[in-house]
Design a protein around this ligand. Structure first.
Ligand code: NAD
Ligand code: MG
Length: 395
């Protein structure tokens, strides 16, 4: 059998590199077809030299020509494309079998949708794309016959704990609720009064997972869990009330499914993204991921707590957006992206992330979303509102 051709959108990121690590363990089974990067183009070049992809994609055409020349000088025939069009081209290319959607944030929406519309096997890490465009995204999956496999560890766990017929609705397969686990992040026990003074470095120092900076801040604010609540509703056709967040500091149980007969199924594993990546790449088969076996004796205990929505208002805001539907999740996501970038730049304090999002959601009316233009409009309006907050506060 020929190796499967894999496009890795966001190859230079944390998920992209973990994906390439798994691919490298199975050279007869998977081949990197296209690798994309946005900053750190030297690292993209090194990845190209190692994985020899057919295509690479960079942000603009000058950088594309430079990289292509350098790769040709090194004896590679890699074609280097530029910008959003280049990303969509390698996501939908007829020779591609599977697309790892691992660009962070709204920037991943178009190429991820392009992969879905082309009917690919789509390995979804870029949760923001689904949060923004939920109904449209899932309609496109159904229309094209794309196979959507969740990479987010929690959603991958839920997928593994559900029977294959869950597409008929959770009630039809006897599911009472989904228990979405959360580590609680680096500030799980930080008193509210101290959150105003936490630094970006502290927010990015996650106790269990090593991740990109944006998702690390989202984990610290628990907006990550809020986005994941919305993600779970779309992936598994759940109502927000059917998804309960459970704080589980060890990050060993990656989520659980509670059935009407009282059975609760969980997926456990070491906190290493190569497990869900390998699961989704090989599904329905299983392959080695390089992750060490789970040592329950070393872990010894598993703890659970209810989330504290007073200290972590982002979780409450996300639940409200999930319940409001329409453009609300896209606005929540956009306001969060602006606020997190400003926090990482040292322009706003940590608790102000929630203030900015709360104000944007309060000021912008919720509208229905019928097409991609409506999603992008809501995204742009929310970004403008959030920028307005920054200006008014002289940031
Ligand atoms: P990262 O910051 O490490 O990597 C992001 C990647 O996206 C990089 O390759 C970067 O070059 C690319 N990128 C950034 N901005 C871009 C733009 N405007 N256009 C094109 N490419 C752009 O992030 P990450 O931690 O790998 O996360 C990637 C996605 O996976 C996020 O949506 C995140 O929520 C999700 N995710 C990550 C983890 C994790 O453990 N890291 C777990 C679950 C879900
Ligand atoms: Mg997750």
């Amino acid at each position: 059998m020929n190796p499967q051709q894999i496009t890795v959108l966001g190859a230079t990121g944390s998920i992209g590199l973990s994906t390439l690590d798994v691919i490298a363990r199975h050279p007869g089974r998977y081949r990197a077809f296209a690798l994309t990067g946005f900053t750190r183009l030297d690292e993209l070049k090194a990845l190209c030299l190692r994985f020899r992809p057919r295509y690479a994609v960079v942000p603009e055409s000058g950088a594309a020509r430079r990289l292509e020349d350098e790769l040709h000088a090194a004896g590679l025939a890699t074609r280097v494309l530029a910008g959003s069009e280049g990303l969509c081209e390698v996501a939908a290319h007829p020779e591609v079998d599977a697309v790892m959607a691992a660009i962070v944030g709204a920037a991943g929406l178009r190429p991820t949708l392009a992969a879905v519309e082309a009917g690919k096997k789509v390995l979804l890490a870029n949760k923001e794309a689904l949060v923004m465009s939920g109904a449209l995204f899932m309609q496109a999956v159904r229309r094209s016959g794309a196979q959507l496999l969740p990479i987010d560890s929690e959603h991958n766990a839920i997928f593994q704990c559900l029977p294959s017929g869950y597409g008929q609705g959770l009630a039809a397969v006897g599911v009472r609720r989904i228990l979405l686990t959360a580590s609680g992040g680096p500030f799980r026990e930080t008193p509210a009064a101290e959150l105003a003074d936490v630094t970006p470095a502290q927010a990015c120092a996650h106790p269990n997972w090593s991740m990109g900076r944006k998702i690390s801040v989202d984990s610290a604010s628990m907006m990550n869990k809020g986005l994941e609540l919305i993600e779970a509703c779309w992936l598994f056709d759940a109502r927000p009330a059917q998804v309960e967040v459970v704080v589980h500091p060890q990050s060993v149980i990656h989520s659980l499914v509670d059935y009407v007969d009282g059975s609760v199924l969980a997926q456990l594993g070491n906190p290493d993204m190569r497990t869900p990546i390998a699961h989704a790449l090989a599904w329905p088969e299983r392959i080695d991921s390089g992750v060490a076996p789970l040592d329950l004796f070393a872990i010894a205990r598993l703890d659970f707590q209810a989330p504290d929505e007073l200290r972590f208002p982002c979780l409450r805001l996300a639940r409200q957006a999930a319940e409001a539907g329409g453009s609300a999740p896209a606005m929540l996501n956009a306001a969060n992206e602006v606020a997190v970038a400003a926090f990482l730049d040292g322009r706003v304090r940590f608790p102000e992330i929630a203030s900015i999002i709360g104000e944007v959601l309060q000021d912008e009316p919720v509208v229905t979303i019928d097409d991609l233009e409506a999603v992008l409009l809501a995204d742009g309006q929310a970004r403008a509102r959030a920028e307005g907050w920054l200006r008014r506060h002289n940031r």
